[in-house]
Design a binder for this molecule. Structure first.
Ligand SMILES: Cc1cc2nc3c(=O)[nH]c(=O)nc-3n(C[C@H](O)[C@H](O)[C@H](O)COP(=O)(O)O)c2cc1C
Length: 267
C-alpha cells in the first residue's frame, strides 16, 4: 500500500498511541516544585517583553476601519460581562449553599432533559457546550468556608445536581502553598477544580481531544465567573499551580485525571 511517506524513501513513522502526544504536552507544561523558580523568573520579566510586543501586534495601520454601531440599551448579560472582574480579595464571609448550588448548576449542570434525541438517546443538555457531547470534565470542590457544608473535598454530580463527598477536611496551608495563592485560599469560600478525565478526553478525538477539554474548561469557567458576578461574589481563575500536588488535594488519580483549572471563589 502506498503512503504519503513513500516518496521520502524512509520508513513510515509510527503513529503515537492514542493520547500520547496530549499526555506529553500536559506533562511537559506542568509546573513542579523543580521548575517553579524558572516559571516565576519568567513572570517577573514578562511585563517588559509585553510592553515591547503589544503595540506592534493586532493592528494593520493601512487597513480601512469600519466603525461599529454604538450600543443601544443594555441587556442584563451585557451588564454582567462589563462588570466581571478578577477580584483578588475576600472579606472572609462564608458562601451560602444556595449560591454554591447556582454556581455549579450554571457552570456545568443539566439545563434540560429531552426525552430523546433523533437517535432515541435521551442525552441531558448542560450549561456549557462540549465537543461531541463527551463532557470530559468533572468539577471538584474544596469547601473551606461554606455555610452548612463541612470542610472537605466534593465532586459535583451533574446528573443529580448534588455533591459527593470524596474526603473530609482540607489541608488549607498545603493547598494555599501548592496552588501558589495562599492568601486567597486562606480567606475564600471554596476552590473549584476542573478535572479532565483522560479516557473521556481521547475516546473520540484522540490527542485533539485535549484541546477540546481546555476549550470546554473555558466555556464552563466563564459561566462560573459571570454567575459569581451576578451573585456579588469575588472569583479568581487560576492557571498557575503545582499540577500534581493540587490534583492530589482534590483526590485525582493522576494517571487518568488531570486538573486543568482552578477557580477560587468567596465573599
Ligand atoms: C487561563 C487563565 C489563567 C489565569 N491564571 C491566574 C493565576 O494563576 N493567578 C491570578 O491571580 N490570576 C489569574 N488569571 C486572571 C487574569 O490575571 C485576569 O483575568 C487578567 O489580569 C484580566 O483581568 P480581569 O479578569 O479582571 O479582566 C487567569 C486568567 C485566565 C483566563
Amino acid at each position: 500500500m502506498s503512503s504519503t511517506h513513500d516518496h521520502l524513501g524512509g520508513a513510515e513513522p509510527e503513529l503515537p498511541a492514542d493520547g500520547e502526544l496530549a499526555r506529553l504536552y500536559h506533562q511537559n507544561t506542568s509546573l513542579t516544585a523543580a521548575n517553579l523558580l524558572e516559571f516565576e523568573e519568567r513572570l517577573s520579566t514578562a511585563t517588559a517583553a509585553m510592553e515591547e510586543l503589544y503595540p506592534r501586534i493586532g493592528i494593520s495601520p493601512a487597513a480601512p476601519q469600519i466603525a461599529l454601531p454604538r450600543q443601544r440599551g443594555w441587556w442584563g448579560l451585557d451588564r454582567l460581562i462589563r462588570c466581571r472582574r478578577t477580584i483578588r480579595q475576600f472579606i472572609g464571609r462564608p458562601l451560602g449553599m444556595a449560591a454554591l448550588s447556582r454556581l455549579l448548576l450554571n457552570t456545568a449542570g443539566i439545563t434540560s432533559r429531552p426525552n430523546a434525541d433523533a437517535d432515541g438517546v435521551p442525552w441531558p443538555r448542560r450549561a456549557a457546550p462540549s465537543a461531541g457531547a463527551l463532557f470530559p470534565l468533572e468539577y471538584r470542590l474544596a469547601a473551606l468556608n461554606v455555610r452548612g457544608l463541612g470542610r472537605g473535598i466534593y465532586r459535583y454530580q451533574t446528573m443529580n445536581h448534588c455533591l459527593e463527598q470524596l474526603g473530609e477536611g482540607v489541608p488549607v496551608e498545603h493547598l494555599g502553598r501548592v496552588s501558589l495563592h495562599g492568601d486567597l485560599v486562606a480567606s475564600c469560600g471554596a476552590v473549584i477544580g476542573f478535572v479532565a478525565d483522560w479516557r473521556r478526553l481521547i475516546v473520540k478525538y484522540g490527542d485533539r481531544g485535549y484541546r477540546f477539554a481546555l476549550l470546554e474548561a473555558g466555556h464552563a469557567a466563564q459561566n462560573l465567573l459571570l454567575t459569581s458576578t451576578a451573585l456579588g461574589l469575588a472569583a479568581v481563575p487560576v492557571g498557575g499551580f503545582i499540577d500534581e500536588e493540587v490534583a492530589g488535594v482534590f483526590g485525582c488519580d493522576t494517571r487518568e485525571q488531570h486538573l486543568v483549572y482552578l477557580i477560587i471563589v468567596g465573599r
